[in-house]
Design a protein around this ligand. Structure first.
Ligand code: CTP
Ligand code: CA
Length: 225
């Protein structure tokens, strides 16, 4: 939109963005996944690059074309996403975790395809917790002064849950989206509140995902200077 006339105010900064949704394999042909399209993360990567930043985009199963001028690292699972984000974060001024990271993964991986058997009910799938990458990054900043941003999708008590999540994660900013059957997932537009650890609340009205991305970078830049 008006971005073309903005100065490259993120010049000299390196930012890391995670996008998409992780897939946790059950066997060679099946996985547990989620409905994240990756569009918000890609909008963050594009806008940061347009504003002059060096951008590393850790992309989980998005199927989206690589944005121009962005360093894309494709990943599949939460464990792979964690490794890629922590590696890139070591050199970064800011990390934005827009990816939907699976909270759980199957406890076991079957190296051969799981088959059904006549007359037998399937076994329950045992799950184990995945590490919380955002909490880990927030607690252990690889660079002093690094800004860490999380995203939260909530269906109920959106602000209350968002505040509690911000405190629990220890990040600087949390972008809270309200999700429902027809909201956010896969949509071109988004509406959110950005909560700051300093108590700030920035309402971003319904609009393109680029507009929300620009607000996030404004808030990040303000905290870096
Ligand atoms: N996140 C992460 N690692 C995980 C799970 C989530 O880094 N294992 C990050 C997401 O990328 C997002 C933020 O944490 O930026 C919030 O994700 P969300 O699923 O809303 O939070 P959870 O703590 O998993 O809470 P919930 O039980 O509501 O899913
Ligand atoms: Ca979660």
């Amino acid at each position: 939109l008006a971005r073309g006339i903005l100065p490259p105010d993120l010049g000299g900064l390196h930012v890391v963005v995670s996008a998409g949704g992780t897939r946790e394999p059950l066997d060679p042909v099946r996985f547990l996944g989620n409905r994240s399209s990756g569009k918000q993360g890609y909008a963050l990567a594009r806008t940061a690059a347009a504003r002059g930043a060096r951008v590393t985009l850790v992309a989980a199963n998005t199927g989206l074309p690589d944005p121009a001028g962005v360093d894309v690292v494709p990943v599949g699972t939460a464990a792979q996403l964690r490794e890629a984000v922590l590696k890139a974060a070591a050199q970064a001024d800011a990390v934005v975790m827009a990816a939907a990271v699976a909270d759980f993964r199957p406890a076991a991986y079957a190296t051969g395809k799981i088959k059904k058997e006549d007359g037998r009910e399937p076994e329950a799938v045992a799950l184990v917790r995945n590490p919380d990458i955002l909490a880990e990054l927030s607690a252990d900043r690889p660079r002093p002064g690094q800004i860490v941003v999380g995203f939260a999708a909530e269906t109920d008590h959106v602000l209350e849950n968002g505040r509690a999540k911000l405190r629990r994660k220890g990040c600087d900013l949390l972008v809270v989206n309200e999700v429902g059957e027809r909201k956010t997932f896969g949509a071109e537009e988004n509406e959110a509140v950005v909560l700051g650890a300093d108590g700030s609340e920035t309402l971003v009205p319904h609009g393109p995902k680029e507009a929300l991305a620009d607000v996030v970078w404004d808030l990040v830049a303000g905290r870096l200077s």
